[in-house]
Design a protein around this ligand. Sequence first.
Ligand SMILES: [Zn+2]
Length: 530
Amino acid sequence: MSEKEFYRVGIYLRLSDEDEDKMNKCDDSESIKNQRLMLISEVNKNPNYILVDEYCDENLSGAGTYRPEFERLIKDCEKGKIDIVMCKSQSRFSRDMEVIERYLHNKFVEWGIRFIGIVDNADTSVSGNKKARQINGLVNEWYLEDVSKNIRSAFIAKMREGEYISPFASYGYEVSKENNNKLVIDPVASEVVKDIYLLYLKGYGLTGVAKNLNDRKIPCPSLYKYQKGLKLNVTSNRDRESIKWTTNAIKTILTNELYLGHLIQGKRTTVSYKNHKVKKKDKSLWIRKENTHEAIIDLDTFKAVQLEMKRRTKAKTNLGVVHLFSGKVYCKECGKYLRKKNSARHEYLVCSSNLDGYSDCVNKKSIRYDVLESIILDEINKKINDYYDLKELEKYSLQDKSNNFKSKINALKKTKEELQKQIARNKNSLKILYEDRINGFISIDQFKDLTHSYLDKSNHLTKEIKNINRKIEIYEMKDYSIEKTNLLFEKYISLNKLNKIIVDEFIDKIYIGKMDVLTNSRNIEIKWNF
Ligand SMILES: [Zn+2]
């Protein structure tokens, strides 16, 4: 069924044997009244549903096959008067599987009609055999949830026992051949781990350690794993041989308590048995078991490294305040972020590819920070001057246009409010109409007439409001862009110094190209905020 503003709903009511079984043997009329109430309130719940007719085989509670109102419903369906047929349940429509098959699964599909059963959730807009699918779906879901819970709790129990549950060992260890849940030392990689700790304590930074290992052609963990013949996922776009040690890999090794002989597992979990997205778990929920395997690093060395790491980060943050172009400067060659680097005399920005222990970016030469600052200041001033020449000419006309848009928008908004009020009034009358029908104050024919006129009117009003919204949107966009440009440039007629606020307001991104050796210059591209 295609998207419509409104769906015309026909409700079908029928007495059934079930009703008589109910307590106190409620009389027939009471039961029909309840069905009507249930269906009408269901229609009312959905703002896009309009009740257009009611079909009621009231006096036919027996097994009789003659159902005149049912026949009328089918005829109206065929004539295209109805979009949705609604019943208390599929069995109210019919208990006969042949009838169900003929209409719900064939004719209704052909006529573009949707069938909804309220209490049994039957809905032909859900493809396939609804009820069977729903039951199967539920059973499957319970089953899957159960299995997933069992697997999870088995894993958790194992982790609590200090058993290693991953099929792969972390760098420095291997999974024991005798016991799949135990780690043993990898004689080669464990020496590299020791080396990393030593280098760091000698004063190498994270980048320095990575570079040292790369220079010595020591394979990084993923490459090592691959060389040992273990399957692994390697990002396909990067050649395996070019995988190098990174600062991140070094940091992970320097902070991992695994090397002290402790197992910390369950750091991550999947969201649910349906969603395999991995999320990090809170540290307090990690499962920790000490002395489960042989240590590679002694406790004193480990503690010394943690202290040193804290000291160095602190020193770094004291030194490097967030700079003017934080988060805005990128390498034009490889797209990576440019990071700040300090020397004794100057501050520089350099492509982070060159800091990560990789050196695969051609943009090797750093740019002096103060040089970049003066270039950007010039460019901003140029922009402002360009604008002001133009602005002298257009100043008044721009303002005129802007005012014009504002008044247009206001007028449209007023009209829209008026239309919305009309729709609300319409809805209210419909509610009263429903109540009158439930109480039997009006006949079904009167009800139908009134409902139809409501439907036409509401459709018309809704369309008009949509048009107005579209117009308002366009005017607002125009108005906004004019105003924004005006304000931006008026604030900064001429600048002699940059600050973070100005940079943020004017500049989205800055791309720094590589140094051209012939001309001794480089390309700098600015992406403006307007
Ligand atoms: Zn780069």
